[in-house]
Design a protein around this ligand. Structure first.
Ligand code: F6R
Length: 248
């Protein structure tokens, strides 16, 4: 795993955006696996800026998002489709039909999840998968469990995830209790993984993902088995690793 240690959130966002832009410039028709949340938000701001300056174009890029809350419509301001539109898609030249975010309103989740995986396979899997990480080590919404789930699936969100994400909702009760998440199979099938982590509250998850036991109790730990992972993190998120003497 290659680790970039950046001094703060802005620096890690710029680094992550430059890695994504490099992928697009190298392979204009690449397939990006995209994440939502606070971790990638700054990188998306840089990408929008660089698009406006003419440095990068998304016109042949395809994207598949990691996850979506069950029960939220695409125009709900906390849905992940809404996040992607307002943070990236509405501001760059990506074609709407080239973007996919799981459908939180699907009436047939089983069929939907199978189709989502079939679509990712039909693209030849993802070229670069952008990931944040939960405080509990989740990637996508693959929550700590006693086994890894390979396929796209409906997941019951962990209480700690509901707590963490309640910051975006009026009350904790408003946070959806389930999500549709890409499984570990599609994430590990990506040719490259770009993991972004910021802040001290991610330090444990980062430590266990980089050098803990490989276990579904910390889903991020599976990334140790991937051949091409780049971690971009600030000093706070790397603090447990550095305290343990791991060279970063
Ligand atoms: C979001 C996702 C989640 C987040 C994680 C961290 O699409 O898949 O795994 O990356 O919950 O969220 P933030 O970045 O908000 O701390």
């Amino acid at each position: 795993m290659q680790i970039y240690r950046e001094k703060d959130y802005d620096a890690l966002s710029r680094r992550a955006a430059s890695i994504i832009a490099g992928e697009i410039i190298h392979n204009p028709a690449c397939v990006l696996g995209l994440a939502t949340g606070s971790s990638p938000e700054g990188a998306y701001r840089y990408l929008v800026d660089w698009y406006k300056k003419g440095f990068v174009s998304f016109k042949d890029v395809r994207s598949v998002n990691l996850d979506e809350y069950v029960g939220l419509a695409p125009d709900h301001d906390q849905s992940y489709r809404y996040f992607m539109q307002s943070n990236l898609f509405d501001h760059v030249d990506i074609l709407p039909e080239h973007t996919r975010v799981p459908d939180g309103l699907t009436r047939d989740p089983g069929a939907f999840c199978a189709e989502y995986d079939a679509y990712i396979r039909s693209l030849g899997y993802v070229d670069m998968q952008l990931l944040g990480i939960g405080r509990n080590g989740h990637i996508g919404f693959n929550e700590p469990d006693d086994h890894f789930v390979k396929e796209t699936h409906v997941v019951d969100l962990a209480e700690s995830t509901i707590d963490a994400n309640s910051r975006f909702f009026a009350t904790r009760d408003d946070v959806p209790k389930q999500a549709i998440s890409m499984g570990i199979g599609a994430i590990m099938g990506a040719k490259k993984v770009l993991l972004v982590a910021s802040g001290e509250e991610k330090a444990d998850a980062v430590y266990h993902s980089v050098c803990g036991s490989i276990t579904p109790k910390c889903p991020g730990s599976i990334l140790q088995l991937h051949k091409n992972v780049v971690l971009v993190a600030d000093e706070a998120a790397l603090s447990k690793l550095t305290a343990a003497g791991v060279e970063v």
